[in-house]
Design a protein around this ligand. Structure first.
Ligand SMILES: [Zn+2]
Length: 137
């Protein structure tokens, strides 16, 4: 994979502990299939705050791919991205993941879905800093 060397404004991702725990539980429930959720929150000046989760309509899932038709999504500006799991334990975005990028951030959770198994990526597959906060802002 080729990564851009250009310096850009670093996007930072903040996830509430409650949302993080919800993601991990959902991923564990779907294992060994991939689970996918829509991230709800706020986007402001390159900063993404995730404080809620939405189960996407009409989603399909399998051991190596989870997705949903974006055309069925209501236009909602509180949808800031998606999260899905990689049951194989490697949180690297696939070509399919990048083609299906939605919103501002794509979070991938690798098995075994522990607290440190969340990784955030931008549209180009660059790893972003992800911070978990205790309470909602
Ligand atoms: Zn994936």
């Amino acid at each position: 994979m080729i990564f851009s060397k250009k310096q850009r404004t670093q996007r930072t991702i903040t996830v509430t502990k409650q949302a993080r725990d919800g993601i991990l539980t959902y991923c564990k429930m779907n294992h060994p299939n991939e689970g996918i959720l829509i991230l709800r929150g706020k986007y402001k000046k390159g900063q993404v705050l995730v404080d809620g989760l939405v189960i996407p309509p009409f989603f399909h899932t399998g051991p190596t791919f989870a997705g949903f038709p974006h055309t069925f999504l209501p236009l909602d500006e509180s949808y800031v991205g998606t999260v899905h799991s990689h049951p194989n334990g490697v949180a690297k975005p696939s070509v399919t993941d990048l083609h299906n990028f939605f919103g501002f951030v794509s979070i991938i959770v690798q098995s075994p879905y522990e607290d440190d198994d969340l990784f955030a990526y931008d549209r180009d597959g660059n790893l972003l800093e992800l911070t978990v906060i205790q309470d909602e802002i």
